[in-house]
Write a protein that binds this ligand. Structure first.
Ligand code: HXC
Ligand code: NAP
Length: 291
């Protein structure tokens, strides 16, 4: 069995050249990993790219990737937990590139930790970035478009444990469930203003920017490809192609939907799954004791 064939080569596109000519696309966390891959696909289709995140080195990496493609790019520091920081970033982007027509809410926070030893601040931090930050960015974007009477598109990048729960990732799974639910509310509430709102869920898409926490968690398990129904992991560009389709004129009537790009991995359940291994055991931790 060969599984699902590999993706077309980087640089290929199903959409016409220039599909996003004249449009500005804002990708939060667009300087690393999947955000950078999404920003790159919009750039290849003619978009001007705005990237917002906290760390200068990530902003610079995003800038370099977009410049290499030959598209216009603007980067701005922003902590999406802070509504004032978001408003300033939007002002700076509007001044530099014009109002973004597309917002990709890609920035998120995550690390594996058994629920019983997750500190209140660890929970708060992940929920604050992944759920609150996503809403604050959507709010700022939506208000500006509703005020101006301009159509727009929002994509919230999610995770499939929004539906299934995520052992070892209680904070992130709960936050992603909220971000997915937000898609359904905002799509209806803002449809009359011409604002399309969708979710986009990557399957396992390894990349060189994965944090040490996430990389370490993946490294604890065996070879990734045979664990997927597709017999391979996803390629970051495959998420970029899905994002550009959703925000393109050809995806206009798709709203309130969450598109999963994971080769059916999240549906791989049966009554006879492999034997249960506790999260603590998976992480090589000692039995839990308070104090
Ligand atoms: C337990 C941890 C922890 C860990 C941090 N904390 N890392 N607890 N295990 N590995 C706790 C800290 O002790 C602290 O609680 C609280 O979390 C906040 O930590 P800070 O370092 O002060 O937070 P901050 O500087 O704001 O950084 C946020 C961060 C960091 C989330 C901790 O990792 C980050 O910036 N991440 C951004 C990138 C990211 O996470 N990418 C992953 C996306 S992948 P106390 O109580 O000590 O104060 C994804 C899906 C992957 O989402 C799907 C699976 C493949
Ligand atoms: P990543 O490389 O760690 O990217 C996370 C990005 O979020 C970084 O660029 C980071 O930039 C930004 N960010 C974090 N906190 C922020 C804050 N407070 N304000 C502004 N920006 C912030 O992770 P990734 O793998 O590409 O993940 C991208 C998205 O895909 C996330 O939504 C993630 O949950 C989802 N996802 C990924 C996978 C996968 O296999 N990779 C699977 C499922 C879901 P700064 O550090 O510069 O702020």
């Amino acid at each position: 069995m060969a599984g699902i064939p590999d993706a077309p080569a980087l640089g290929a596109s199903a959409l016409q050249a220039g599909t996003f000519e004249g449009a500005t696309v804002l990708v939060t966390g667009g300087g690393t990993g999947l955000g950078k891959a999404i920003a790159s696909e919009f750039a290849r289709l003619g978009a001007r790219i705005a990237i917002a995140s906290r760390k200068e080195e990530h902003l610079e990496a995003g800038r370099a990737a977009i410049e290499e493609i030959g598209a216009e790019v603007f980067t701005t520091p922003c902590d999406i937990r802070d509504p004032e920081s978001i408003a300033s970033a939007f002002d700076a982007i509007e001044n530099a590139l014009g109002r973004p027509a597309v917002l990709v809410n890609n920035a998120a926070a995550n690390f594996p930790v058994p629920a019983e030893e997750m500190s209140p601040n660890a929970w708060r931090t992940v929920v604050d970035i992944t759920l609150n930050g996503t809403f604050f960015c959507a709010r700022e974007f939506g208000r500006r478009h509703i005020d101006a009477g301009t159509p727009a598109s929002i994509i919230n990048v999610g995770a499939s444990y929004a539906w299934t729960g995520g052992p070892g990732f209680a904070h992130s799974a709960a936050a992603k469930a909220g971000a997915k639910n937000m898609v359904e509310t905002l799509a209806v509430e803002w449809g009359p203003y011409g604002i399309q709102v969708n979710g986009l869920v990557p399957g396992l898409m390894p990349h060189e920017d994965m944090t040490a926490d996430i990389r370490g968690n993946l490294d604890r398990t065996h070879d990734k490809d045979p664990c997927q129904p597709a017999l391979r992991v996803g390629r970051p560009r495959e998420l970029g192609w899905a994002a550009t389709f959703l925000a393109s004129p050809y995806g206009r009537f798709i709203s309130g939907h969450t598109l999963v790009v994971d080769g059916a991995n999240w549906q791989r359940r049966s009554l006879t799954n492999p034997a249960v291994v506790s999260v603590r055991e998976q992480m090589g931790k000692e039995p839990f004791r308070i104090g």
